[in-house]
Design a protein around this ligand. Structure first.
Ligand code: FE
Ligand code: CA
Length: 515
């Protein structure tokens, strides 16, 4: 054995043996048939002194058993964080275990870093070395306010479009990316689309792992992950379309659906750079959490799926119905609602950012001469919707912005406690971001009589557009600016990016302003 190699291995062994009782079953020098970093690398959930680093080893990403072509029990994966891209100034390093139990994914919670600083990171397993990622820490709580540049994205149906929006996103200057859900879609492969899901509708842990592996191979998505830290939440399609709590779309028996939900939740954890507590049961994975950006902003990353009451009146777009107004209906669940209200009351961050899934502002349309609205969005839970806006109004009036995904369209909305009374005060602003690819090429939104009807029935909605893209936000102490970046098509490569509209919110003056 080459002497230098031996010494390197020995130091790795010593490090890991100290922290791991079952170290005998660790594969120290794995041999891979192909690049094990086929799913890329990522970082996320930054703190002032640390960040989560992620990868998942998968030399054969779509292997039938969902284990990415590996059979070992545990594989040693070395990680490094450096000041420079050449890794001459490594500031933190260690060895993590990629275990079969978690499909050879790795989550490293790095600490001991300096606040408000950029770093480079990489992984090494056997002879294989990962690409280099850039990541950063959040500013310290006591730091002076500096601007934050972040983007939010959602809904990346693999079959319905290319990830051209991510190619443009990767050219932006960004400190953070927030993903608001529908990272994968659960449906079976359909022919004659832009790309094709591998296999049938996904229901088991094996299936979800393979679906993530298919999505994660996209090079534009990998580049966007490698450029800065993300914070990720989920929506329905990470498990099942429009599921609500323990109720599936097709009202499957609860036990069976909870097993499916556990598979979806575990696979989500295995594939995202998230800092969430390990659950006792995967069907109950609590993911709501906060990300603090110094004194400037606090992100409240919410979960409106796991704890919600089933959709009223059979879901879909419906006229008002009695069931909607039942006072115990909830989207966040009482524990998360209390956590949010107490947290907002105690936080002195300049901006409160509510990162969540479904549109808060109602969108009323007339169908067969009846006003209808979505039963899956906050509009289908009007008592909870009012409580949510009241909570924001009580604790963060004029300094809260809701960022929303799910609906595959762009909207800029004022949030008021009573949407049916336009004379009541606006307490917050909602920016709804379109999909990366879901829904295909899209359109420029309503025109003519439909646009007039939209305005007449929804005075709180200032703008709507249904192209694909992302929302780029610049936040400082005085103002928030959202730039809606869109691409004209996703059914073929090469779409340019343009700014479809720009909106501002002045601190202390809630409501949408153009420009
Ligand atoms: Fe979606
Ligand atoms: Ca959705």
């Amino acid at each position: 054995m080459h002497r230098r190699r031996f010494l390197l291995d020995l130091s790795v062994c010593t490090l890991a043996l100290a922290e791991l009782p079952g170290a005998r079953r660790v594969t120290w020098r794995p041999r891979f048939v192909a690049d094990p970093f086929s799913l890329g690398i990522a970082s996320g959930d930054p703190l002032p002194d640390g960040v989560v680093l992620w990868t998942r080893l998968a030399p054969d990403p779509l292997a039938e058993d969902g284990f990415g072509g590996l059979t070992d029990e545990r594989i040693a994966v070395a990680w490094e964080v450096a000041d420079d891209e050449a890794f001459t100034k490594v500031v933190r390093r260690g060895v993590a275990q990629a275990t079969r139990e978690l499909a050879y994914s790795v989550h490293v919670e790095v600490d001991g870093l300096a606040p408000d600083r950029w770093y480079h990171y990489r992984f090494t397993a056997g002879d294989a070395r990962s690409p280099i990622g850039r990541t950063r820490t959040a500013p310290a709580r006591t730091a002076a306010i500096t601007p934050l540049h972040f983007a939010f994205v959602s809904c990346q149906h693999f079959e319905q479009g290319l990830y051209t929006a991510y190619e443009h996103l990767a050219n932006e200057r960004l400190d953070l990316i927030a993903h608001l859900g529908d990272y994968i879609y659960e449906g079976a492969g359909v022919d004659a689309r832009v790309r094709r899901h591998d296999g049938a509708e996904i229901t088991t842990l094996r299936d979800y792992r393979r679906r993530y592996a298919q999505y994660k191979q996209d090079p534009a998505l990998q580049r966007a992950h490698a450029m800065c830290p993300w914070t990720v939440t989920w929506d329905d399609h990470e498990v099942d379309n429009n599921y609500a709590g323990d109720s599936s779309e097709r009202r499957d028996p609860v036990d069976g659906f909870l097993a499916r939900r556990a598979a979806g939740y575990q696979a989500w954890y295995e594939h995202q750079p998230v800092r969430v507590p390990r659950p006792t049961r995967w069907s109950d994975l609590a993911i709501h959490r906060t990300i603090s950006w110094g004194p400037l902003a606090r992100f409240w990353v919410l979960d409106t799926r796991q704890y919600r009451t089933d959709q009223a009146c059979g879901d879909g777009r419906k006229p008002r119905c009695a069931e909607m107004d039942a006072p115990d209906r909830t989207l966040l669940g009482s524990a998360q609602e209390r956590w949010l209200a107490d947290g907002l009351a105690a936080s002195d961050a300049r901006w409160q950012v509510l990162a969540q899934q479904v549109m808060v502002a109602p969108f009323v349309a007339t169908v067969q001469e009846q006003p209808v609205m979505s039963m899956d969005q906050w509009s289908g839970y009007p008592v909870a919707q009012r409580r949510f806006v009241e909570t924001i109004g009580a604790h963060a009036p004029g300094r809260a912005v809701v960022i929303t995904g799910d609906i595959h369209a762009n909207w800029a909305n004022d949030l008021r406690v009573d949407f049916e009374r336009p004379d009541t005060p606006v307490v917050a602003t909602e920016f709804v971001g379109t999909s990366i690819s879901s829904g295909g090429n899209g359109s420029d939104g309503f025109t003519g009589a439909r646009a007039d009807a939209l305005r007449a029935q929804n005075p709180h909605i200032h703008w709507h557009n249904a192209r694909r893209g992302y929302v780029h936000c610049t936040v400082d102490g005085d103002a928030w600016q959202s730039r809606y970046r869109t691409v004209p098509f996703v059914d073929r490569p090469g779409a340019p990016v343009e700014t479809a509209a720009t909106f501002r919110v002045e601190h202390g003056r809630p409501g949408v302003v153009r420009g």
